[in-house]
Ligand binder design. Structure first.
Ligand code: GUN
Length: 306
């Protein structure tokens, strides 16, 4: 890679480290007031990738000074048992954030579980109260991956107003909340999906392209307007020569020469997702503390979020 191209690379690890440092400062101030933010993670079953993700979340929480608790449950746990754990966490004033790691085993109704989480503790932003609030542009807990993408976009581009953003993919976790956040930032937003006609032609209008489809290297140069900023949310595991390799939704080598900036996989969006989870946990903790104390937010130690 020449030096021009390496300037285009967005370092998600460095950006995430900056967020964690900011969050850690907020946590330190809160602890000085005798208040310790805490995150509870519920992990059901034995999905190996989920176990890795949860381990990383616990590590990052530690770095930020956030107390974390992990509830590991057997793969055959009945939904009632999961709901009971969530009810206990909802009622516990020492727990401020609750995350149920997805995917859940097939016999468990995901929506039933996600809707059982107290929206004030829903640090994933998946509860319908938060989804609805986001679509109305209200300040709610926001899904972590799209929130991380917004931070990377703003860090690189500054003001986003008026830019044409194309989101490829319409999942509840990334595509839809991403489109809502871009709209709230006054972008013109196009969402492409498996039934879209001539997606490459539409995608070539994008100043900002967000790839979140879960298809390895789908997005090649034919999708890119020269100068576009490209954010690759895909994390696809492919088997190659007997080894597992992580690749994004973007054909990196083909897109790099055209893009003005691009996130690599790994090391792009991934680290930002966990960093924003820590940010959401502190936001949720501050809001719960302020509500409990009924004190004005400006008197609290919450620096950026309350
Ligand atoms: N599994 C993959 N991504 C996510 C996420 O953002 N949140 C949760 N809870 N589970 C996931």
């Amino acid at each position: 890679m020449n030096s021009l191209d390496s300037d285009k690379l967005i370092d998600g690890k460095a950006a995430a480290a900056k967020v964690i440092t900011e969050v850690a400062a907020e946590v330190t101030a809160l602890k000085a007031e005798g208040f310790e933010p805490a995150l509870a993670v519920v992990l059901v079953g034995n999905d190996p990738a989920s176990h890795v993700y949860v381990r990383n979340k616990v590590l990052r929480a530690e770095q930020a000074g956030i107390h974390s608790l992990v509830f590991r449950m057997a793969a055959d746990s009945p939904v009632e048992a999961v709901l009971e754990v969530i009810a206990g966490l909802n009622a516990d004033p020492k727990v401020h954030g609750i995350l149920v790691q997805l995917p859940l085993p097939a016999h468990i109704d995901e929506q039933l579980v996600l809707q059982a989480i107290d929206p004030a503790k829903d640090v994933d932003g998946f509860h319908s109260d938060n989804v609805g609030g986001l679509s109305q542009g209200r300040p709610v807990l926001t899904p972590c991956t799209p929130a991380g993408c917004m931070r990377l976009l703003r860090d690189r581009l500054g003001e986003l107003s008026g830019k044409h953003a194309v989101v490829v993919g319409r999942s509840n976790i990334v595509g839809k909340p991403m489109a809502a956040l871009l709209l709230a930032a006054d972008c013109t937003v196009t969402v492409l999906h498996s039934r879209s006609r001539e997606p490459q032609a539409l995608s070539r209008q994008a100043d900002i392209l967000i790839a979140a489809v879960g298809r390895p290297a789908l997005i090649d140069a034919s999708w890119i307007k020269p100068g576009a900023m490209v954010i690759d949310v895909g994390i696809n595991r492919i088997e190659e020569h007997g080894r597992t390799r992580l690749v994004g939704d973007v054909d990196f080598a083909s897109v790099l020469p055209l893009a003005s900036a691009i996130t690599p996989v790994p090391g792009g969006v991934g680290p930002m997702t966990i960093a924003m989870l820590m940010q959401n946990t502190v936001t949720a903790a501050c809001q719960q503390r302020n509500q409990a104390a009924s004190e004005p937010a400006k008197e609290s130690a919450c620096l950026s979020t309350c």
